[in-house]
Design a protein around this ligand. Structure first.
Ligand code: 16G
Ligand code: ZN
Length: 533
């Protein structure tokens, strides 16, 4: 059993703010950083239990608030294969975070240990890291208290991107096995992805320089290290918004979320026609590309554009490799632009399904496909090769050089992609690979289809919990009658589509609308928002 006294002693150092209630949401706990000490401390305790319940495998803890304001922070747990924490444990996180006293905390932990039949004699192991936020060191210290309270064997990975921490966790748990994912170090990460990239592009024409907006976050130092490791004209980059030292700059006027939401370039970047640009978010798990044309117009290549580019490339390689019954599929959310969905279905003729917002939901749908490409429109996503795809790839006996090359490229792509979670750096290398291999500019990539005008509104309501959805968040089941109103509004506009969902990260309701013209789209969005309010 636990050393209750020791837990209580450490817990008293990290008291819970009495009046605050915490909730493990779409991407973990997230709120004002200064209030999160007790929660992060308790996540350390829970990560230890999770590790014991997984027979001592390493569990990850990442301290970050991604694209949110610098004053915010957050914490999430990472499961052994680098995936998001199993959903049934999210409720435990919430329970543990909200125990009012240290004594109640110990009781809650004991209860979980009983419920999950955890063998408390197993040595728990945890790997942790944080982003560049000013509240990071304080929260890291709180986490370390939690790890000390349960005698955890802990590895501190310092200041790295969220996807790097996911990668390290997977590496640690597969070390020395046939499924070994790589070396659990920054150098190991850079070597794995960098080498796969060079294998795929060597012999092709080198691309023009890529300007990277790193949101003044952890992606800046990390992508510079990656570039140093690759050390090749195939990866010629210039990093903008790379100031992680000056307070108040993180994510402000820059980063993938800013660019996608405002449909304009980030601060510190003026678009030169013909040049290539991309943005990461504050913890480098989201990626969007963009460019400006000769007429000064801004063109965004978002997660939907990345997913269609990648799905097309994989589909063609599978065809060239001559592998039968190896199906590439695409997972999107309701936010996917309607024209991207039509393009996948009607032009690419690939199966596509919708999942609820939040990476874990897309990930689980993609696992059901042979090769599952999943991206949120906001630029968060990756590709999964399920075991049957790997078996099929292994079984091919190539008969022509073209076939052999395609098979080799599919293997290299599997090495290039961070399967544990969406990863801006790995995704960027993937996009770069495809563009280099096709010899495409961003404008040529953008030609596949044209986005329908879309609008996303945030509506602040008294109580967002009364909004309930089904059908991958596309249909409201409550409040009663509201979906009928939405349907009747949508019917008025050609190519109209709209949905209403409660946010999983903010106290608000989101309204999305798209239609054939900008004017119709905006009218529809505001009409639906009016009905919600
Ligand atoms: C979180 C999710 C992101 C999702 C967003 C939606 C992860 C790692 N992050 O940031 O994927 O798009 O929430 O926020 O899953 P919302 O529910 O407030 O609209
Ligand atoms: Zn992020």
């Amino acid at each position: 059993s636990f050393d209750a006294e020791k837990i209580i002693e450490y817990s008293n150092k990290n008291p819970k703010p009495a009046s605050t209630t915490f909730a493990y949401g779409t991407a973990g706990f997230r709120t004002v950083g200064d209030t999160l000490g007790s929660t992060v401390f308790r996540c350390g305790l829970l990560a230890a239990l999770r590790s014991q319940s997984k027979n001592g495998q390493v569990i990850g803890v990442m301290i970050t608030a991604s694209h949110n304001h610098e004053r915010d922070n957050g914490v999430k747990l990472v499961d052994p294969m680098g995936e998001m924490l199993q959903q049934s444990w999210e409720a435990y996180c919430t329970d543990v975070a909200n125990a009012q006293t240290s004594e109640e905390l110990v009781e809650t932990l004991s209860h979980i240990a009983q419920e999950e039949r955890i063998d408390l004699t197993i040595k728990p192991r945890v790997a942790y890291a944080r982003d560049t936020r000013p509240s990071g060191p304080m929260l890291q210290a709180a986490l370390e208290d939690g790890l000390a309270a349960l005698d955890v064997e802990a590895s501190n990975f310092g200041i790295v991107t969220t996807p790097q921490l996911h990668y390290f966790v997977r590496c640690l748990n597969t070390q020395g096995t046939a499924a070994s994912y790589g070396e659990p170090t920054e150098a190991g990460y850079n070597a794995k992805y960098g080498q796969a990239f060079l294998r795929l592009v060597s012999g092709r024409e080198t691309p023009s320089k890529l300007f990277i907006d790193a949101a003044n976050g952890v992606g800046a130092p990390q992508v510079l290290k990656l570039a140093q490791a690759i050390n090749s004209p195939y990866f010629d980059i210039e990093v903008r918004n790379s100031d992680t030292q000056t307070l108040g700059k993180l994510n402000i006027g820059c980063g993938a979320d800013h660019v996608k939401s405002n449909q304009r370039p980030p601060a510190g970047v003026s678009l030169v026609p013909g040049s290539r640009y991309c943005s990461f978010d504050g913890d480098a798990d989201r990626l969007v590309y963009y460019y400006g044309d000769e007429h000064g117009a801004f063109h965004l290549l978002d997660g939907d554009k990345i997913s269609t580019l990648v799905a097309t490339y994989l589909r063609d390689l599978v065809a060239t490799a001559g592998i039968e019954d190896l199906q590439v599929g695409v997972v999107q959310t309701a936010y996917a632009n309607g024209n991207s969905t039509s393009y996948i279905k009607d032009t690419l003729k690939l199966p596509t399904v919708f999942a609820k917002t939040g990476v874990k939901h897309l990930h689980h749908e993609a696992e059901k496909m042979n090769i599952g490409v999943y991206f949120e429109a906001n630029g968060h996503g990756t590709v999964l090769f399920n075991p049957s795809a790997v078996a099929k790839l292994r079984a091919v006996v190539p008969e022509t050089p073209a076939q052999a090359d395609a098979v080799e490229r599919l293997w290299a792509l599997r090495d290039l992609i961070n399967e544990s979670v969406g990863d801006a750096m790995s995704d960027m290398l993937l996009v770069e690979t495809i563009l280099i291999c096709k010899g495409w500019t961003l404008a040529q990539w953008n030609e596949a289809y044209t986005d329908l005008p879309s609008r996303l509104l945030k509506v602040v309501v008294n109580d967002r919990t009364i909004f309930k959805t089904t059908n991958a968040e596309q249909t409201l089941t409550a409040p009663h009658g509201l979906q009928d109103i939405v349907d009747s509004l949508v019917a008025k506009f050609p190519r109209g589509r709209s949905f209403v969902r409660p946010s999983g990260t903010e106290d608000a309701v989101r309204v999305y609308a798209e239609a054939a013209t900008r004017r119709d789209c905006d009218q529809l969005a505001y009409a639906v928002a009016g009905a919600v309010f």
